[in-house]
Design a protein around this ligand. Structure first.
Ligand code: NAG
Ligand code: NAG
Ligand code: NAG
Ligand code: NAG
Ligand code: NAG
Length: 510
């Protein structure tokens, strides 16, 4: 609409019947409009160009550069804050939900994926009161829970064992022989560092109606460190009370046994069901017939802030947000998953897998696990699956090779491990035949030869704070996280940008 101050139309110097002469101010406005329009157009062109060149399909180099170790550390700091407000824990009962809310909030802000949760029940074991352990000799001798011995999780409810005798077995108690001798007795057995062997013994003893099993730890082991750690007895439905004791207590019990004295034990435990949830971030683009799931657990054990334990979760989040920032459009769809219930026996990942249809499993080409990436005395481990089928092993080896290529490029030595201790089991590979890979920075003691190869300190645990209250930000290695998070994004980018991924993993295409 013309403004009131518009000047009358001036005759044009070169009049033309078809041309309209605009007032000066209008002309100026048009000129500016043109300039601005051109600038906007240039800007949009630049954006589209950038989008074509990088945005949807950033190069490997760009992806690696865009991931900042500091971002991983910031997420870990957020988890530290959560633990501070939840009695130094991020367990299902205490702090997990706040951890999950943080992850969800970050993902939703990025807009990169469809965020959803999967709720499921888990059985929880809790000690209401310390176990009482009393020997009825001439004098009454008392052993102290959390000092001389520890009460492990099993599916045995609160129990009163009254006037029981001890018996020692030295190997797997076999069938009938066993059932006659251990009936109603408190059985002393050697503790094996192969957890399955302990579970096996405990199950046999339960079947033979033993009253309880007392595992003898090696001289250097402290029973206190065992209580929260073991879910194996609980998961395997071991129905008798299970204890671990130190060597001093064992020596005394040998005398008690010789003297044929009687023992009373009273446990007070609570087995309850609670609800928890997995978090899923389904990328909005990419072939959903060739999904790549990147999983890490988010829960900690009770009484531990779980910072190295949460380093996989923080890395996975940083990777998802980095790819989102680059508007990454993978060839194959990415699914980032944060599992709950890892510390109560891989409950979350198992629940997710069990709820998949066969079609959904078939549409999953690879599973990458990230857990424990910041061990102080670290070793860069590439995960490999325990032997499954030839096809799964072959594909998993191809994934391992991509990790190897990264470590070779940056000049770091690496090792392989198929350990299922401390890190998520290769559930997808073993139970669903999905190719598997991942990273892990170690837990147990470093051998002198490992020290020579990888540096660090021999005879010291890779992660001395594993599942303990000291699993804090102070006790993780930023160097390890830097190395492993970049190895992870390298492999995630490689897998998700490869056309005909199955052919590649089978070695039938290059
Ligand atoms: C965590 O969230 C789930 C789902 O909302 C809820 O059922 C559960 O009770 C919460 N846990 C705690 C400890 O608040
Ligand atoms: C299992 O999957 C179905 C369909 O995919 C979904 O509707 C359901 O909510 C899932 N159940 C759980 C517990 O997540
Ligand atoms: C243990 O018992 C529960 C409930 O009865 C069952 O769902 C689960 O499959 C059992 N686990 C094993 C390993 O037997
Ligand atoms: C899944 O894959 C297997 C093996 O390739 C095939 O036999 C089966 O029919 C597939 N199932 C579905 C539902 O696509
Ligand atoms: C086991 C271990 O290394 N603990 C350390 C964790 O960090 C604190 C604070 O720096 C140290 O005091 C501990 O020695």
């Amino acid at each position: 609409m013309p403004t009131t101050e518009s000047t009358p139309l001036l005759p044009s110097s070169q009049p033309s019947s078809s041309s309209i002469t605009l007032p000066r101010t209008w002309r100026r406005a048009l000129e500016w409009g043109l300039i601005c329009g051109l600038a906007v157009l240039l800007f949009i062109t630049a954006l589209v160009f950038a989008e074509q060149k990088f945005g949807g399909h950033p190069s490997m180099n760009m992806v690696i550069k865009a991931l900042h170790t500091n971002d991983v550390m910031e997420h870990l700091k957020a988890l530290v804050e959560v633990a501070k407000h939840h009695h130094n824990s991020r367990s299902i009962r205490n702090g997990y939900n706040a951890s999950a809310e943080y992850i969800i909030h970050q993902l939703e802000d990025s807009g990169a994926c469809d965020v959803s949760t999967q709720i499921f029940p888990v059985s929880m074991w809790e000690k209401k009161e310390n176990t009482e352990f009393i020997i009825l000799t001439g004098d009454v001798a008392v052993f102290v829970d959390q000092q001389d011995f520890a009460t492990l999780k099993s599916t045995a409810p609160s129990t009163l064992l009254f006037d029981n005798r001890l018996i020692e077995i030295d190997d797997l108690c076999s069938a009938q022989e066993c059932s006659r001798t251990v009936h109603k007795k408190l059985v002393i057995a050697p503790y094996s560092y192969q957890m399955e062997e302990n579970v096996d013994i405990a199950k046999r003893l339960a079947k033979a109606n033993a009253a309880a099993v007392l595992f003898v730890l090696s001289r250097s082991s402290n029973p206190v460190h065992f209580e929260d750690q073991h879910n194996s007895f609980f998961e395997s439905n071991v129905t008798l009370p299970v204890f671990v004791m130190d060597n001093n207590m064992y020596t005394i019990l040998l005398d008690v046994m010789q003297g044929d004295y009687l023992v009373n034990i009273q446990t007070s435990v609570l087995i309850t069901t609670t609800y928890t949830y997995n978090i899923l971030c389904n990328w909005k683009s990419g072939d959903d017939k060739n999904k790549i799931i990147v999983g890490s657990h988010l829960d900690s054990v009770e009484n531990s802030p779980g910072i190295n334990a949460g380093s996989g979760a923080a890395t996975s989040l940083a990777i998802a947000l980095t790819l989102a920032k680059l508007s990454y459009q993978p060839t194959n769809q990415l699914v980032f998953a944060w599992w709950s219930g890892k510390e109560v026996g891989d409950a979350g990942i198992s629940r997710y897998l069990h709820n998949m249809t066969e079609e959904q499993v078939n549409a999953t080409t690879a599973y990458i696990n990230l857990d424990i990436l910041g061990s102080q005395n670290y070793i860069p481990y590439i995960l490999r699956t325990n032997p499954t089928s030839e096809v799964v092993n072959g594909r998993s080896q191809q994934i391992a090779k991509i990790f190897e290529k990264y470590f070779d490029q940056v000049g770091y030595k690496y090792a392989h491990t198929s350990t299922t201790d401390g890190t998520e089991h290769d559930v997808f590979a073993v139970k669903a035949g999905v190719a598997y890979g991942g990273l892990y920075s170690g837990m147990g003691p470093k051998t002198p030869s490992q020290k020579r190869k990888f540096g660090g300190i021999a005879y010291v645990d890779a992660d001395p704070c594993y599942q303990l209250a000291c699993d804090t930000l102070d006790n993780v290695s930023t160097e390890a996280i830097n190395l492993l998070s970049h190895a992870a994004i390298y492999v995630i980018h490689a897998l998700s940008s490869t056309l005909n991924l199955r052919g590649y993993l089978d070695g039938t295409t290059v």
